[in-house]
Design a protein around this ligand. Structure first.
Ligand SMILES: [Fe+2]
Length: 362
């Protein structure tokens, strides 16, 4: 790492990229005593306390890891180059995502042991989850509510109009197709909510029916393949606005969004796909023709053998899925023989990310 300065900027070169750092940008990262509270590391000053024309007066390399910078208002601070470089390279502090389909997925089943070190086990589970967008855990007590106990180890439960948890069983008068025994093709959950639930836990208590296999698809892999091979389809799905709707006697929920949501930097951010709940906004017929063709192609992909990973959940097994990245579904089942009882709930991304970072750091 090369580092240089003049009075207007500090210049850092990391792996061939040059970053020009504004004096105020560096100053905001000073963790010296009079700048931040030493317990919380939160700033003790307001922006107007710093001169707008702040300059760099001096820069000394203390060693390989540290640098000391003096500013024109006489403040001196030490900086860790590793943290600066992590921030500049926009490291999220999470495992790299591995996009997958059936040709490269390494399906692992994490057998949870209540008597062994919980943190070690959770770290491995969350590592895999962040890489692949889902994870399979087994060996839990197959009893009512155990999914709440396990979810509480990772984060806070997001309650919805379906309750703190929802029972996925076949009902006589269901308010959602999940509560029937028919096949559910690949979808993401609840695209009609604001915000859409982040992570779904689906826990198996009973599953002795014929059929009822679970399916998972990496939506980011599908989107990235579309981007490379069918850029016009990718473009249509990432630009067309859709109204997602849910209605029953107690709730009317609606949200506008796109099937493929991108960040401002063009990165894949979220897949929202539920073929039974989406209503594209009015457009001229030729525009809609493109949309319907594109949606049909994506629908075929997310339900094809190339992308659908299928497995049977046994009692005590838990499937944790990133509802912004993966799609899920199930095959139909027959309740004439045996029973099928799953319990589901949602937690937020920030809690799972925070838990991983805390465990990985320790
Ligand atoms: Fe679902």
């Amino acid at each position: 790492m090369k580092i240089d300065y003049d009075q207007n900027e500090v210049k850092i070169e990391i792996e061939g990229s040059v970053y020009n750092l504004h004096p105020l940008w560096i100053r905001e990262r000073s963790n010296e005593e009079n700048m931040v509270d030493q317990n919380s590391l939160q700033r003790l000053y307001d922006p107007e306390k710093l001169p707008v024309d702040l300059k760099i007066s001096d820069l000394t390399r203390i060693n390989k890891e540290k640098v000391r910078i003096k500013f024109s208002d006489d403040h001196t601070a030490e900086y860790c180059l590793k943290s600066l470089s992590k921030e500049l390279q926009r490291s999220k502090g999470l495992p790299e995502q591995i996009l997958w389909d059936n040709s490269n997925i390494e399906l692992k089943n994490f057998e949870f042991n209540y008597d062994e070190n919980e943190d070690d086990q959770l770290l491995k589970i969350l590592h895999y989850y962040h890489q692949y967008g889902f994870v399979l855990v087994s060996g839990l007590d197959p009893k009512d509510g155990e999914v709440i106990n396990f979810a509480n180890k990772i984060g806070y439960i997001r309650e919805t109009n379906f309750g703190k948890l929802f029972n996925v069983v076949s009902q006589k008068q269901p308010n959602d197709l999940a509560y029937t025994s028919i096949e559910l093709e690949s979808h993401t959950d609840n695209p009609y909510r604001k915000p859409v639930p982040s992570i779904q836990f689906l826990f198996c208590i009973e599953n002795s029916c014929e059929g009822g296999d679970s399916t998972v698809v990496d939506g980011f892999k599908v989107a990235s393949d579309l981007k490379n091979k069918k850029p016009e389809v990718f473009e249509t799905l990432s630009k067309t606005l859709i109204n997602f709707k849910f209605k029953d006697k107690d709730a009317v929920l609606e949200k506008t969004g796109k099937i493929i949501k991108l960040s401002e930097r063009g990165e894949l951010k979220q897949i929202k796909y539920s073929n039974r709940l989406d209503f594209v906004f009015y457009q001229q017929p030729d525009q809609l023709e493109k949309f319907y063709e594109s949606k049909r192609l994506m629908h075929e992909m997310i339900n094809s053998d190339k992308y659908v990973l299928k497995f049977h959940l046994d009692p005590g097994s838990l499937l944790i899925m990133n509802n912004y990245r993966t799609l899920h579904g199930r095959t139909s089942y027959n309740t004439a023989e045996g029973s099928r009882w799953l319990q589901g709930l949602y937690i937020d991304h920030d809690s799972a990310e925070s838990k991983y970072k805390l465990l990985a750091h320790e």
